[in-house]
Design a protein around this ligand. Sequence first.
Ligand code: FE2
Ligand code: FE2
Length: 184
Amino acid sequence: MQPTETLRNDHAVLRGKLMLLEGLLPLGRAAYFPLRDVAYSLTRRLRCHIEKEERLLLLMQQGAFPHPLAPVSALLDEHRDQRVTVALLLELVINGSTSSIDQIVLCASHLIDSLRGHMAREEAEIFPFVEQTMTRNQKMAAMQDMRAIAARYYPEGEPAPWPSDIDEHLVNEWSSPRHVVCAN
Ligand SMILES: [Fe+2]
Ligand SMILES: [Fe+2]
């Protein structure tokens, strides 16, 4: 498997979580508990993904690849913003009733929009470049590093691509007519 394949799989999982998060926002206060679960699983998955990706970007910056650095440094800035935003979102939903739903919506909406744009740019500009220029040995080394990073975040084993059990449960639970009625 290519390192970029691993990252593309992560993107698919992250997009699923963003979709779930987006679907919960209109439910407002009624969705505090599932919001908390989604924010937690999104935080862990996103941090793990960023770390894997930055390992790859570091290889590029170490001179192995003659890629212009400007897009890479912009991505690193965006990663910093994502880390801060997802931490803030988690804090807001953990505070539960004391947090304003407006703040949660604002923070989550920023994360959803910026992360979607960011992933699309990586897939269009960075991944194809990596796929074309990395040698087989470099790809194997990157894969080894990524597996070690994933094992730190998920000692129990990295979850299957979305929907995971918990997300599937949430989708079923919160898309039922009972909850639509409650949300209204
Ligand atoms: Fe990224
Ligand atoms: Fe990414």
